[in-house]
Design a protein around this ligand. Structure first.
Ligand SMILES: [Zn+2]
Ligand SMILES: [Zn+2]
Length: 241
């Protein structure tokens, strides 16, 4: 599997990359890139991965020695978290593109990015080796952020009411009984959003929309089902070597 350095965007096989040991979400080609990135911005965005939070102090990660032993129930829970993080990392830039598309920014007030987000309900696929295929999307929709917070009070969402460049999407992982097991929020800055707000209104409406029959919903679900992340990125004209 090829991963991209979070800082310099160099691409390398996953076994040559270094992963941030706190959030487990970002990878670097070198120690240098990791150090620069940490000082530049990652320090502010790096949250301890949910599976590594110390039971005694929510601001601390457990040490290697304190991690659960293999194949115990705690370890299985941790593996679920990691598989979900890995899956989200692989699809992240695809989901980001769908997230702005679905909000139909040209036909809504600028506050749209603060009040609404894309929500994906996902379920694990058992006995699947490809990390990009370990989850499938059951449901994709546009939801109000206030609703998400009301239903999941443990989810921390900090919204700066003056920041019109920040977008979000939520991933809820459920088991086969439909019970929510994990909840993740992705936030990122997109300086290109103003351009998307000025898109042709009809084009914007045809790409996005709140209805479950909106074309983006089926496109997204089937893309994640049958394509690889880089194929989807290519479809959107994003270059990847
Ligand atoms: Zn790098
Ligand atoms: Zn980190």
């Amino acid at each position: 599997m090829i991963l991209t350095c979070y800082y310099c965007t160099k691409e390398l096989p996953s076994n040559q990359m270094k992963r941030c040991s706190r959030c487990l979400l970002v990878t670097y080609c070198s120690k240098e890139c990791q150090t620069i990135s940490w000082k530049a911005s990652h320090k502010q965005n790096c949250k301890i991965h949910p599976s590594l939070v110390s039971p005694d102090d929510p601001n601390k990660a457990v040490s290697k020695a304190e991690r659960p032993e293999k194949f115990t129930p705690e370890w299985i829970e941790l593996e679920i978290d990691r598989a979900l993080s890995r899956w989200m990392q692989l699809w992240r830039s695809c989901f980001q593109m769908y997230a702005w598309m679905c909000l139909d920014l040209a036909n809504h007030p600028r506050e749209r990015v603060m009040t609404h987000c894309m929500q994906l309900i996902v379920q694990p696929r058992n006995f699947e080796d490809d990390p990009a295929k370990q989850y499938f999307i059951v449901e994709a929709s546009v939801v109000s952020i206030a609703d998400v917070q009301a239903r999941h009070p443990t989810l921390e969402v900090t919204i700066d009411p003056t920041d019109y460049t920040r977008m979000r999407f939520v991933v809820i992982m459920q088991n086969h009984l439909g019970e929510a097991r994990r909840l993740r929020l992705v936030q990122w800055n997109d300086i290109g959003l103003e351009k998307k707000r000025q898109m042709d209104k009809a084009d914007s409406a045809s790409l996005g929309g709140d209805s479950p029959d909106s074309p983006w919903v089926q496109t997204l679900i089937s893309a994640v089902d049958s394509m690889s992340p880089s194929e989807v990125e290519k479809m959107f004209g994003k270059k990847r070597s």
